[in-house]
Design a protein around this ligand. Structure first.
Ligand code: AYL
Length: 585
């Protein structure tokens, strides 16, 4: 029996008696940089230039919390969805919800209304924050999900609000009776002035007997090993632990002795990964804010050259990317063009969320020699990072890094045997960040969350003698396109609604630019056969059927027609056989 242990020192203390709002604003271990009173911006909006210092952020959180509670009745365990591109108010929104005890469910801001409505339904959200750019879709989805119109809050930028007068006590609502975020902040301000400071403390979240280990902070969606996207129940303790693990693993001793990888108070972070996804949320937003690292919030990835220019403009030292962005980076002439500036500026580039090939790692080193980069592995179900490439060492090609502090791992082979160094099997993880399971889905929860605290990851890995973990394969159904999750079951369920389709199986095939791309195998319906439909037309029509209803990264690369979808006796799709067929066709 081999249990792999972290070689890093443990986090000295992971507080279990506070919610995330309190942790971010009041918890100061000796290795935390104190950004209070420094006057510099911690959050900057790349597009509008809007800046929030630590104090601005805290004040907005406190006022918004009052507005949410008093005007919308958001309270203990209300689920609030956030549907917005990265912006300076993303964190404000989350922490304000936590301050009144609500649970936050973040959604991809490019979702089609039906995709968002699914999440609103599944999470039972009763209020929704929508980014200014996503207003139309957000309001449509809220309607579809039967949400009250005045429970939609539009996150207009303060500049837009100023132009419309909301900041000056003007119209605090916008079209369809939805609130402007700024309007709720203004309501909070008025209430504070008229009723006094009791407004600030009126409803701190009640943690109950389980402390923050049982109190939910987020419902993030993930399909896990099989089936449709499900709400992962993330307790406050999990992101708190992951933020602290990041600090300790990266050797942040104390502000006077900054770690080798991060210099709190000086570093600037690239906020290009979407904050709705667990990687962007915990690492590039919560960890940086906690550590006094300025975050430049980038609402949309506009290509490599634009990203580099932003990095140079704001002196961004810490980069977090997914492999498909690295593919673009190594191919883009601007990487070479700005090499010397980047070499000077970039302190660390972390890559994660999908496989990074040795070939791509080699190309990265060839294009940007001397750059400190490394991989991390993470998973929504274990509230983000489980392994990371350690500081002060050169990246090990192919490795997703070493176990994080307080984390143990097991490798379990196909026969259910725990294996040792050099042998491959499923990665099981035990960590303080392991979440509580899937909302309203005991069966799927029991399959992954084992009784003795281990979480089955569905990833096949092996460890070498130094503790470096290598991802060998993905055992679960999940497809990863540009680092985003695509659940085959979701596409299959949708494609079955197409008149020409009798049965369907979806798999992911490797693709250089996206990592993977979904392809669908279908069988023709009786009516399609009878009418002798042109198969090329059917394939085109199925592709379009997906394209008009699903977010871009779920679109099909190919459609193939079979006589029958290969299945086991119990009706499970044999995806391995489909993969072989995909190569032959
Ligand atoms: P989810 N290499 C290969 N596959 C990976 C890697 C990696 N480095 N990282 C994540 N995956 C796959 O929930 C793997 O199959 O979370 C894993 O089970 O969207 C699945 O993605 C989880 O997908 C960080 C911080 C990565 C966060 C993350 C990713 C969180 C993605 C590294 O440092």
């Amino acid at each position: 029996m081999t249990v792999f242990k972290s070689s890093s020192r443990d986090v000295p203390e992971i507080p279990d008696n506070m919610d995330l709002y309190t942790f971010m604003t009041e918890y100061y271990p000796d290795y935390r940089f104190d950004a209070r009173g420094t006057g510099y911006a911690l959050l900057i909006d790349e597009e509008t230039g809007q800046k929030w210092t630590y104090e601005d952020t805290k004040e907005r959180v406190d006022l918004l919390a009052i507005g949410l509670r008093e005007k919308l009745g958001v309270e203990e365990d209300t689920v609030v969805a956030v549907f917005s591109a990265n912006c300076v108010d993303y964190l404000v929104t989350i922490l304000a919800c936590h301050k009144v005890g609500a649970i936050v469910s973040c959604a991809n801001p490019s979702f089609q209304p039906a995709e968002l409505a699914y999440q609103l339904d599944a999470s039972k959200a009763t209020a929704l924050f929508v980014g200014e750019e996503a207003q139309t879709e957000g309001i449509q989805a809220a309607e579809k999900a039967g949400m009250a119109k005045d429970h939609v809050i539009v996150m207009q930028t303060p500049k837009t609000c100023q132009a419309k007068g909301a900041l000056n006590g003007g119209d605090r609502r916008i079209k369809d009776n939805a609130w402007a975020l700024e309007g709720l902040v203004a309501e909070g301000k008025d209430l504070l002035a008229s009723k006094g400071s009791s407004m600030l403390e009126k409803s701190r979240p009640k943690l109950g007997r389980g402390g923050n280990r049982k109190k939910l902070a987020f419902l993030s969606f993930s399909s896990g090993t099989t089936g449709l996207p499900k709400g992962v129940m993330i307790q406050h303790y999990a992101p708190i632990a992951n933020v602290l693990q990041n600090c300790i693993f990266n050797e942040m001793k104390n502000p006077a002795q900054p770690g080798d990888r991060y210099e709190p108070g000086k570093d600037v972070s690239l906020g290009v990964l979407p904050f709705y996804h667990i990687y962007g949320l915990v690492v590039s937003l919560l960890f940086t804010f906690f550590s006094g690292i300025t975050n430049v919030c980038i609402p949309k990835f506009k290509g490599i050259e634009a990203m580099i220019r932003t990095a140079l403009k704001y002196r961004i030292t810490l980069w977090w990317l997914v492999p498909p962005q690295v593919v673009l980076l190594v191919k883009d002439p601007s990487a070479k063009k700005y090499y010397s500036e980047l070499r000077e500026l970039v302190r660390f580039l972390m890559i994660g969320a999908a496989p990074l090939s040795d070939d791509l790692s080699g190309r990265l080193e060839a294009v940007l020699p001397g750059l400190d980069w490394g991989q991390g592995w993470g998973m929504t179900e274990c509230c983000t990072v489980g392994t990371m490439h350690p500081p002060k060492t050169r990246a090990v090609f192919g490795s997703a890094g070493r176990l994080f502090p307080n984390v143990s791992g097991k490798v379990v082979n196909a026969e259910g045997k725990e294996v040792g160094v050099g042998e491959a099997g499923e990665f099981w993880i035990k960590a303080p960040t392991v979440t509580l399971g899937y909302l309203s889905n005991e069966k799927a929860t029991e399959e992954m969350w084992l009784k003795d605290g281990w979480l089955r990851t569905g990833d096949e890995v092996k460890f070498n003698e130094n503790g470096d973990m290598f991802i060998v394969d993905r055992l679960k159904e999940l497809i990863k396109v540009k680092g985003f999750q695509v659940a085959p079951a979701e596409l299959e369920g949708w494609i079955l609604n197409h008149d020409d389709v009798a049965d369907v199986g979806v798999i992911g095939l490797p693709n250089e630019e996206s990592g993977e791309i979904p392809i669908a195998f279908i069988t023709l319906s009786a009516s399609a056969k009878e009418s002798k439909k042109d198969v090329a037309e059917v394939k085109k029509s199925v592709k379009k059927f997906v394209a008009v209803n699903k977010i871009r990264y779920k679109h099909l690369g190919r459609v193939e027609i079979l006589d029958a979808i290969p299945k086991t006796a119990s009706g499970k799709i044999l995806r391995k056989d489909l993969r072989v067929l995909a190569k032959e066709l």
